[in-house]
Design a protein around this ligand. Structure first.
Ligand code: ADP
Length: 261
């Protein structure tokens, strides 16, 4: 069903910090229900693209529409949850429980007191359960592993019930043996209805985790379903693990139409 309003629509987006473009003519559509992996090497513009989508930077050229509305007019920030890359960095002395950290997702201004209602407590517990951390509700966040902390930060983003969740390199602090179950948790969130965007430099094993892949290296060099990505990988690309996203063969993609994700 592609006739409904896309969650994100990006048209001819370019961005430069100084003279040179770090993003060039990006066209991308993200539909409700997608789990999009944005992959690209370091410095390829991934964080810049996220900052633009989050409204932290303003594009010099092009257009971003969120939930059908131009980002300049967009006010429903609560529809978008974001977990930044450096979120999971509490040390063992940090005096807050999992419950408290997740409840802070209901408080807009960090540090301000807020009296939680009973329904808030239900929301908080639901968010903690959604990331599989119900056994750890009363534990101090600093005692948890990197992967567990990352789950808690995802719960904090989920507690305000966003329609879109954006994750910047979510598996960085996750131990190798827990990566699989971490992705399983993300997949389940996606199957339960949330649209997900995940940025990663790890192009290797991404396609069996997500529904769609976008390869960024200043320009968007590939966009399509994860199945198309796999086919492309076997047929068209010689160096996908190196600096390879720019070597993608994108002859049969219609760049000007944007990605139909
Ligand atoms: P990625 O997230 O893929 O590693 P970034 O979006 O962080 O890439 O960076 C893209 C390019 O923009 C890089 O060349 C980086 O050096 C440059 N860049 C990022 N932030 C700034 C900034 N605040 N000022 C100037 N250049 C920047």
């Amino acid at each position: 069903m592609k006739n409904i309003r896309p969650i994100i629509e990006i048209n001819h987006l370019s961005y430069r910090y100084e003279r040179e473009n770090v993003l060039e003519d990006i066209n991308l559509i993200v539909h409700k229900g997608a789990f999009l992996g944005i992959v690209g090497p370091n410095g390829s513009g991934k964080s810049t693209l996220l900052k633009l989508i989050l409204g932290l930077l303003r594009p010099q050229n092009g257009e971003i529409r969120l939930f059908g509305e131009d980002i300049k007019q967009f006010k429903d920030q609560h529809k978008i949850g974001f977990v930044s890359q450096k979120a999971n960095s509490f040390n063992s002395g940090f005096p807050a429980t999992v419950y408290e950290v997740v409840s802070s997702g209901l408080t807009k201004k960090i540090g301000m007191l807020r009296f939680h209602k009973n329904e808030d407590s239900l929301k908080i517990k639901k968010a903690i359960a959604a990331v599989g951390m119900e056994k750890f509700v009363d534990r101090n966040i600093g005692e948890l592993s990197g992967g567990q902390q990352q789950r808690v930060f995802i719960a904090r983003a989920l507690v305000s019930d966003p329609e879109l969740l954006i994750l910047d390199e979510p598996t960085v602090g996750v131990d190798a043996e827990n990566v699989h179950s971490f992705y399983e948790m993300l997949s389940k969130l996606n199957r339960d209805g949330i649209t997900l965007i995940m940025v990663t430099h790890d192009i290797g094993a991404i396609s069996d985790k997500v529904t769609n892949v976008a390869c960024l290296n200043k320009a968007l060099h590939f966009h399509g379903t994860s199945h198309e990505f796999e086919t492309e990988k076997t047929n068209g690309m010689s160096d996908i693990y190196g600096h390879g996203v720019h070597l993608l063969n994108h002859d049969h993609h219609h760049e000007h139409e944007g990605a139909q994700l």
